[in-house]
Design a protein around this ligand. Sequence first.
Ligand SMILES: Nc1nc2c(ncn2[C@@H]2O[C@H](COP(=O)(O)OP(=O)(O)OP(=O)(O)O)[C@@H](O)[C@H]2O)c(=O)[nH]1
Ligand SMILES: [Mg+2]
Length: 370
Amino acid sequence: MIERKCKGCGAIIQTTDPKKEGYAPLADQLYCQRCFRMIHYNELPKIVATKEDYEKVIDSVLKRKVLIVFIMDVFSFKSTFHPNMIEKLKDKDVIVVANKFDLLPKSTQKERVVEWIFEQCKKVSLNPLAIGLVSATKGDEIDPLLNIIDAARNNRSVVFMGCANVGKSSLINAILRRCRLTVDTPLATSAIPGTTLKEIQIPFYEDNSFLIDTPGYIAKEDRLNELLPKSYAWLQPKKELKPVTYQLISGQTIFIGGLACLSLEGQEKIYLTAYVSMQVVLHRCPTERKEAFFQKHLGSLLIPPIKEEVSNLSYDTKELSIPKKKMLWLSGVGFILFHTDCKITLTKLSDMEVYITDAIIGSNSKKSTR
Ligand SMILES: Nc1nc2c(ncn2[C@@H]2O[C@H](COP(=O)(O)OP(=O)(O)OP(=O)(O)O)[C@@H](O)[C@H]2O)c(=O)[nH]1
Ligand SMILES: [Mg+2]
């Protein structure tokens, strides 16, 4: 018997168990019920891919002669540039693509971002054939990417791989849309990690090569991946990040939802500009009340996370010296631009990647200072 695969997630269609992947009420459906609901009702998936799904597919795909498009999320660069994945890419033909560029402010300097990504690649001895910045949802910079792929492909299939939720399936959909191919059967996408379950081969080239979608790598140590779907979805900005500038005086703390907070001590005042999703609540309070405030409001006023998950979370604290015009990135949550040299105390979700870079944008947000 020929197995049918769901066009959305790659699972084999089955009609017996609604709780298992690939379930569809009828055997001749193009999509399993899970993907049908995601595509038509925007429902978040209850069944998600595992690390094993990723390993199995990637190990099988990388044995073939393929060109790799390695996708990262500009918004959570460090956690989506994961060493476990990079290890598999050494000595392979790789194009590195930073997706979701539409989320960064318009004033972002592309050259600086590309330069920074090149530096990160160099640090881990990855030699990409090219680096692209794209927006899958807006369809920006898809043509230049297709040109790069064409120049590098040599009749090989093209594999899209990367961490879960970076936008692999969205990017393939954008390419298909751009080439006016199969808008009827898009790949399933969703705001939470683990949407694509298996390898999906999409016939694309005249030489019988494919575009190949794969399940994403889910980094166990990244606590954000353990957030419940609702809070995880809140973290994902829906559109371009808007700056909010704060003045922080000595003895004050600013909360970034219930995920992190920054405290200032021993320095009169500093200015900082936060770029986070609109659903992440920013709140300033006196540092002496920080602990009590946190205990009382975590999961209610300080969201995300939501109440149901707060007991699963743990935090760590560190001191940071940040020169002015540098940006502190809270991977997956957003970034903060500092306008003053400062020393701050950062408390954050354990294992959340934080890193400091040169500012890739300018800010003239004095008007919105809080
Ligand atoms: N703002 C923005 N959001 C994007 C972009 N590309 C994808 N997304 C969103 O990111 C989320 C994840 O997209 P997917 O295409 O499902 O990501 P994926 O890498 O295939 O995820 P897995 O299958 O779980 O590994 C969805 O909510 C998309 O709408 C983009 O260019 N810009
Ligand atoms: Mg996917």
